[in-house]
Design a protein around this ligand. Structure first.
Ligand code: ADP
Ligand code: MG
Length: 317
């Protein structure tokens, strides 16, 4: 199978490569052409995943395709952007038809989930790595930045945290769990659901936002730095799933939430008056703290005492 046959069979022929809203020209020319409506801006983000660094070498191709696109689409969610299209630069050691077919199916599923059209890419030979670039559109001036948090805002997250980090010992085959626990945790690792609808709902409401990819502490640090404020997190208010609580001790579960970044939930700051309406539509949204004058991220324990953030992030228990 030559390069062009490979591209045609697994990518150009995929349902997600047949165009979509805003796709003027997809795969097959020197560039794809995207239309952005007047008054809107293009949001663009690129992520590279390298075998052995970002995912295990032996990893299931379907799950990899699904996860790679989810991780990229999450950046669009974090900006409040409406998904438009993506490109895929694929470096492969060999053209295994089984691998390609499974990978393309995982990619297709997530593309459909996120309403993202595959509009181009590149295919080369080498150690396995993937670079995905996603494109979205957002009304001019309304993208959710990291820099708008204001003193008095609430600090919120888009749902339970820590499951994907909790799943790592299962992903790496270092620990076992009962079927219901391991299914719940592994699903959160392998098919994170980018919070695209929530991101769009936060336009005009949230003052700052990002998707949690480096762990709650590190990512809140980014908002604090960009907004020149301090963020205070109340440890007890961090939402944890039943599966994670059953798999790990309370302390370990919290460490997963604070230091594990693979959940791809949104974290955002919100004027308090806007919370009831938002939680009416999005009951999974939780307040975990607030914005104060100052700098950096502070942690409060159950009794309201300031505690030191854990050093070195979470550990594989
Ligand atoms: P060029 O030589 O102009 O870079 P290529 O021969 O690399 O074009 O690719 C031909 C067409 O196939 C282009 O439209 C390109 O965007 C697309 N393409 C190549 N690899 C992939 C891929 N892995 N997934 C999707 N589209 C791809
Ligand atoms: Mg090329």
């Amino acid at each position: 199978m030559g390069e062009f046959e490979l591209i045609r069979r697994y990518f150009a022929a995929a349902p997600c490569a047949q165009g979509g809203d805003g796709v003027v020209r997809g795969i097959g020319d020197d560039c794809a052409l995207l239309a952005v409506p007047a008054g809107e801006q293009l949001a663009v983000s690129t992520d590279t995943l390298v075998s052995g660094v970002h995912f295990p070498e032996s990893c299931d191709a379907f799950l990899l395709g699904q996860r790679a696109l989810a991780v990229s689409a999450s950046d669009l969610a974090a900006m409040g952007a409406t998904p438009l299209a993506f490109t895929l630069a694929l470096t492969l050691p060999s053209a295994s038809e089984t691998w390609l077919s499974e990978f393309a199916q995982g990619l297709q599923l997530m593309a459909q989930n996120c309403s993202l059209a595959l509009v181009g890419g590149d295919t080369t030979r080498g150690s396995l790595s993937l670079t995905l670039t996603v494109f979205g559109r957002v009304p001019a001036g309304q993208a959710l930045l990291r820099s708008g948090a204001r003193v008095g805002d609430l600090l919120c997250v888009g749902g339970e945290l820590g499951d994907a980090a909790g799943a790592l010992p299962l992903v790496l085959g270092q620990r076992e769990a009962t079927a219901d626990i391991s299914e719940a945790l592994l699903a959160r690792y392998w098919s994170p659901q980018p919070q695209l609808a929530l991101g769009q709902a936060l336009r005009g409401r949230a003052t700052a936002a990002l998707d949690i990819s480096d762990g709650l502490l590190a990512d809140c640090g980014h908002i604090a730095h960009c907004s020149q404020v301090a963020l205070q997190i109340e440890l007890e208010r961090i939402p944890l799933s039943a599966a994670l609580r059953a798999f790990a001790s309370e302390d370990q579960a919290r460490l997963c939430a604070l230091g594990g970044g693979d959940d791809y939930r949104l974290a955002f700051t919100l004027p308090p008056a806007l919370l009831p309406e938002l939680q009416g539509d999005w009951p999974e949204v939780r307040v975990i703290g607030r914005v104060l004058a100052g700098s950096g991220v502070q942690l409060l324990d159950a009794s309201g005492q300031l505690i030191d953030p854990p050093r070195g992030g979470y550990q594989h228990f």
